[in-house]
Design a protein around this ligand. Structure first.
Ligand code: F6R
Length: 597
């Protein structure tokens, strides 16, 4: 997601920060900024768009001689990608950069506003610097910093500099990475190894609930309020490896990241027993009579999955269409209907055109999108960002996961306005980040199994209900990465034709959740087994007849089963493709963003 760098030393600080940020570009960003504290003065610069824009802005600025600098690249999640919302955020005499989400920023903001403090930006980050200055009125700067950190809830890696204490950089870390590197005369900070490689050899990876400060000669780190020893470890030296956080492929990194980004989707959107979407600005969706959802590819599978939830929870009639089909069918868009488009990139030509058509026909439109300021976000009446961060792997994984969670929350949001009992749903929602953790044991098992699925005359992924679109998604992942033929099918539909293909070289991947039509799916799988298909069953319930079996955990909600199985089909596609020697991140013939018809 966002990138953080910091520097204490005598070199040209602007260049050190820009170089560091350049190394973090791969993480994606839509604005950037830096600040330099030297001789008790702070200079700062911010720019929307590429780092070149920031470099141009500070071209005439120079900062040689001992001093302190911080820099940031921002991927918008709270507030538009504007200069005001770019980091650093400023108080009267301090400034801050931050990665993560401050969950309780609204409460802190309200408290400070009551004290007459006004805010410039729409971000959660600004509360850090305002709260610091609020406390620093009456206490030492480090005490003020400690106090403010103790009040923050959520994920943060943050660096703060202040004219009140012009000899220190204050830092804090919880649930977002922050690394400190040191050589004889210099200290470096970064949110990822890549920005430090070539600058230092030894680093400290801060643990959660850490804070402290660094000055010319000191580095004090407190962990859970206890001063810890500064024990350095060797920094890896391979940048490409570092950019993938040590994973072999970006796709693999993104599969493992899903638990974190799903937490981000939830952050600030569940208040007490209610779902809140600030983005809908009090729009009352209670009166929506019909929903139309349009998307392409994986986003279309998210759309189809959500239709089951909109029907079941929101009790709203929902139709789903592939955007390229919707465009030319002169589709009917009714008054009082809500037209939802889903897109990771926000630039997919077919989806954008479908949105234009719906707008022309007078529908109220909502975009579920991962990229703020994209064409689709700019055009839709309302946009809900999916907060997945940049997705580098061409085959979509974490974007899909965040779309599904966002849509499920939207379904509950519409349902709650109708007096719906939400306890069960909210409990399950909160559990999803845990469900989406990838264990080594599971990954090893899938790696071992994958060697049996490298040939054959085709794959069928089958499931029922919401697991049918997941079957479609599993098949799409396998097709994209392995170039083997795979189809997703409703389990109950196999007997109406495709079962004719069944033999031992037809591989069936059966999604058999316990909490969603288990017995029905089981019968369908038995029909295939009777025709000698080779079947890999994925289920919490042992199934003796299957050739291969991946046991999932017992869950309390079928959507928890959905997320667990989603990870399994993603890993399976990846492992098969690695064995086949394919480029997992850049499959042949595919592009990440399809801006042509
Ligand atoms: C599959 C994949 C594509 C996209 C599709 C739509 O892994 O990534 O099928 O989902 O091209 O793209 P977006 O979501 O950007 O509109």
């Amino acid at each position: 997601m966002c990138g953080i760098v910091g520097y204490i030393g005598s070199r040209e600080k602007k260049n050190i920060i820009l170089e560091g940020l350049k190394e973090l570009e791969y993480r994606g960003y839509d604005s950037a900024g830096l600040a330099v504290l030297k001789d008790k003065e702070i200079d700062f610069f911010k720019a929307v768009g590429k780092l070149e824009n920031l470099a141009n802005k500070c071209e005439a600025f120079s900062s040689e001689g001992f001093g302190f600098a911080i820099g940031h690249t921002r991927w918008a999640t709270h507030g538009k990608p504007t200069e005001i919302n770019a980091h650093p955020h400023l108080g009267e005499y301090s400034c801050v950069i931050h990665n993560g989400i401050i969950e309780n920023y609204k409460e802190i903001k309200e408290k400070l506003e009551k004290e007459g403090i006004s805010f410039l930006s729409q971000t959660d980050t600004e509360v850090i610097v305002q709260l610091f200055e609020y406390y620093a009125k009456d206490m030492d700067a480090f005490d003020a910093f400690k106090k403010l950190v103790s009040e923050l809830k959520g994920a943060f890696a943050t660096l703060l500099i202040s004219k009140k204490e012009p000899t220190k950089v204050f830092f804090a870390k919880n649930a977002a990475p922050l690394i400190i590197g040191k050589n004889a005369d210099e200290t470096f900070f970064a949110s990822a190894d890549a920005a430090l490689i070539g600058k230092v050899n030894d680093v400290i990876y801060l643990e959660d609930v850490s804070y402290g400060y660094a000055s010319k000669n000191e580095l004090l780190i407190y962990e859970n309020d206890i001063l810890r020893a500064n024990t350095f470890v060797k920094l890896p030296s391979d940048k490409a490896y570092a950019q993938k956080d040590g994973f072999r492929f970006f796709m693999e990194k993104e599969i493992y990241e899903q638990s974190n980004v799903l937490s981000e989707v939830l952050m600030g959107r569940i208040e007490g027993e209610e779902i809140i979407f600030d983005e809908l600005k009090n729009e009352n969706l209670k009166d929506v009579e019909e929903l139309s959802i349009c998307a392409c590819g994986t986003s279309y599978h998210a759309a189809l999955s959500s239709s089951y939830l909109f029907n079941r929870l929101s009790k709203v009639k929902t139709s789903v269409e592939i955007a390229s089909e919707f465009r030319y069918k002169d589709g009917i868009v009714k008054e009082n209907s809500l037209f939802v488009v889903i897109s990771q990139s926000g630039e997919t030509a077919d989806t954008l055109e479908a949105l234009k058509i719906a707008k022309q026909k007078g529908a109220k439109t909502v975009a579920i999108c991962n990229v703020d300021n994209s064409s689709i976000v700019r055009l839709a009446d309302y946009s809900i960002l999916t907060r997945a961060g940049i997705e580098k792997g061409v085959a979509s994984t974490k974007a899909f996961a965040t779309q599904i969670l966002t849509l499920w929350m939207l379904a509950i949001f519409i349902a709650q306005k109708k007096g719906f009992d939400m306890n069960k749903e909210l409990k399950a929602l909160r559990h999803i980040p845990k469900v989406a953790l990838v264990t080594q044991k599971l990954h090893d098992k899938i790696h071992r199994l994958s060697k049996r699925y490298l040939d054959g005359h085709g794959f069928f992924f089958i499931g029922r209900d919401v697991f049918y679109p997941l079957a479609l998604e599993g098949a799409l992942k396998l097709k994209e990465l392995s170039y083997l033929h795979a189809e997703g099918y409703p389990a109950g539909e196999m007997k109406h034709g495709p079962i004719a293909l069944a033999d031992s070289k037809l591989y069936t991947i059966a999604l058999m959740p316990e909490l969603c039509l288990y017995d029905k799916t089981k019968s369908n799988v038995e029909e295939l087994i009777a025709r000698d298909s080779t079947v890999l069953c994925i289920s919490p319930n042992e199934f003796e007849l299957s050739d291969d079996f991946i046991k999932t955990n017992k869950q309390e909600h079928f959507m928890c089963e959905f997320f667990e199985m989603m990870i399994i089909v993603q890993l399976l596609a990846m492992e098969i493709s690695i064995r086949l020697g394919n480029d997992v991140d850049m499959p042949r013939n595919l592009a990440k963003s399809v801006t042509v018809e």
